[in-house]
Design a protein around this ligand. Structure first.
Ligand code: URA
Ligand code: SF4
Length: 192
């Protein structure tokens, strides 16, 4: 249990608990407001994230920022963004179950400090790890489920939207549903 983000970050940054430590340039801890009520979770850093040490800074990240802006969310103001694994899997392969199992402790500690009201899972990997091992994005996107006092919703991964632009209207709909849920359950997301 951590009392502060500083203490958690200091313990996380040198982590070598799984083999992804050997191939990373930078560990990607997370970005955003440390008092955010809404946490977004991706699967793991890609090449740009590995080089810059920040989540979602490549083409997918630019697209994510557009969806966020459409519902008045901003990675530097009123949300927090992190990943299931903090170090880049080589060649952007999916993080292995054992890598996810090692790394999830850091996301757990981040979640404990943040105490978010809502967690948005970006893509299948995050949704399956955090909500339901059988989660299907195409079937279950935009649906909220409650777990341990937190509302979880899964939506499309921005990289998937770049590959399948026909899914963009559904993704925007998910963000509009998210906005409505924030207005319903959050206290300061839209006044921060
Ligand atoms: N994809 C992810 O899942 N996370 C990132 O941070 C970047 C790309
Ligand atoms: Fe540690 Fe996670 Fe990086 Fe593996 S991916 S070395 S568990 S921080």
């Amino acid at each position: 249990m951590y009392e502060s983000w500083e203490a958690l970050r200091a313990d996380c940054l040198p982590c070598r608990a799984c083999p992804l430590a050997d191939t990373r340039t930078n560990l990607v801890f997370g970005v955003g407001s440390e008092t955010a009520e809404v946490l977004f979770v991706g699967e793991g850093p890609g090449e740009n994230e590995d080089l810059q040490g920040e989540p979602f800074v490549g083409r997918g990240g630019k697209l994510l920022d557009k969806y966020l802006a459409a519902v008045e969310l901003d990675r530097h103001k009123n949300i927090y963004i992190a990943n299931i694994v903090k170090c880049r899997p080589p060649h952007n392969r999916d993080p292995k179950p054992e890598e996810q199992a090692e790394c999830i402790r850091w996301l757990r500690e981040q979640t404990r400090l943040l105490r978010p009201k809502i967690i948005v899972c970006l893509g299948r990997i995050a949704a399956q790890k955090l909500t339901d091992p059988d989660f299907r994005v195409t079937k279950q996107h935009g649906q909220f489920i409650e777990k341990g006092g937190i509302l979880f919703m899964g939506t499309f991964h921005p990289a998937a939207l770049l590959r399948n632009p026909n899914q963009k209207p559904d993704a925007l709909e998910d963000f509009l549903v998210l906005r409505a849920k924030i207005l319903e359950v959050c206290d300061h997301t839209y006044t921060d």
